[in-house]
Design a protein around this ligand. Sequence first.
Ligand code: UDP
Length: 471
Amino acid sequence: PPAVAASAAASAPPHLLLICFPGQGHVNPMLRLAKRVAAKGLLVTFSSLASVGPKLAAAAGVSAGGDGVPVGRGRVRFEFLEDGDPGPDLDDLMRHLETAGPPPFAALLRRQAEEGRPVACVVANNPFMPWASDVAAGEGIPTAVLWVQSCAVFSLYYHQVHGLVEFPHEDDPTARFKLPGLPEMSAADVPSFLLPSNPLKLHADAIIRQFRTIGRASWVLVNSFAELEADVVAALPGVTPRPPELISVGPLVELQQQEGQEEDDAVRGDLIKAADDCVEWLDAQPPRSVVYASMGSVVVLTPGEVAEMAHGLASTGRPFLWVVRPDTQPHLPAGFVESVSGRGAVVAWSPQERVLAHPSTACFLTHCGWNSTLETVAAGVPVVAFPQWGDQCTDARFLVEELGMGVRLRGARREAVREAVKAAVAGPRAGEMLASARRWSAAARAAVAPGGSSDAHIQAFVDEVARRAQG
Ligand code: UDP
């Protein structure tokens, strides 16, 4: 009878549907947000493209469709869009998705309603799928955007898009500029997509384009935390035209690092299978001895850089765990893996957060992607920052100079690698860097602990979605 159906619908948890670009640096924060929100009682559907569906389903241990798995008081389920994937080239994929993405996404949203779980809110991670919020609006569904980079980077883009800043010329390393709530910066600190020399024009266009529509989102969630970026967040409301309010919900890292919290990394999003034996290998190393090195999921070093990095890591005299993705492994010097066996381990992919949380890990040689940055902040591990492009440049500046958590590596020469690792682990300022890293780790954990700043923001978001779903 209708009355029974109505009461069942009223008691069903609100349904949040995330649509995620199929890159590792997007999947990780989106999936972690999915779990945080589900833990507070929502039904969450994580959707992405069918091209990554089988990998994600395998990593998460959940098949598409159906009821998904319980996470805290809610559930996380998966759905994948059949888009006719054009291949791995990012520019081709973005162009293709502009036309091939909206119809299956609209169909997915409608199907949720037909199957009895109407979507109360879509979470989209612009910039590479800017059409998602338009499709949601067409179905009468509000959108939240998850900004997967720092608030500092948001501010730099925002000022540039609205013509509120002129960055110094790249050829003048001494020239500085100043934006509200940010330290004095040089062109080297600006996301490289905003500089004239950027070769990735389509990326830059996509990132910039989203600022024209981001104000339409009902919420702009950011993977950061209030204590980390207090000054820049406080300054943004004073900017004209006024940017949307940034709601910090991070760091979106696995809660296994939170004492007293349940492990929640059973549902993972690895697009490359992580080596099984990293943790056992780390268990066998002395405390705070290991150099962990990884350049994330996208950065490609030249064969020469890979060789220099190999010699540099081997020359530190320390154990090292180095992530060399399968596409890069052919660039390793011949016989390298065998020659360092026992002291050095090379893996195609690691369970990075477990590695960072491990007591044997001493420092992280990182490309400074924002996820890696937040993960090392949360784990309290000092860094050797080796940014390549995009927001990595800004993140490195913050890690090293503002947070005081490490040193900068400029160029992949073997001597420079050796000296940078030495400075971060055993140099005269290493103790200071470790102390800073531990302070930031405590602040990050506090932000996501029950009642912390980001936890409170997530609760408020969940409550508002639930209130709108009922109204
Ligand atoms: N990651 C991992 N294992 C690895 C290397 C990276 O699990 O061997 C994860 C890492 O924890 C992070 C993500 O992949 O969550 C990379 O995102 P990030 O923003 O740091 O860099 P991107 O890959 O987007 O450049």
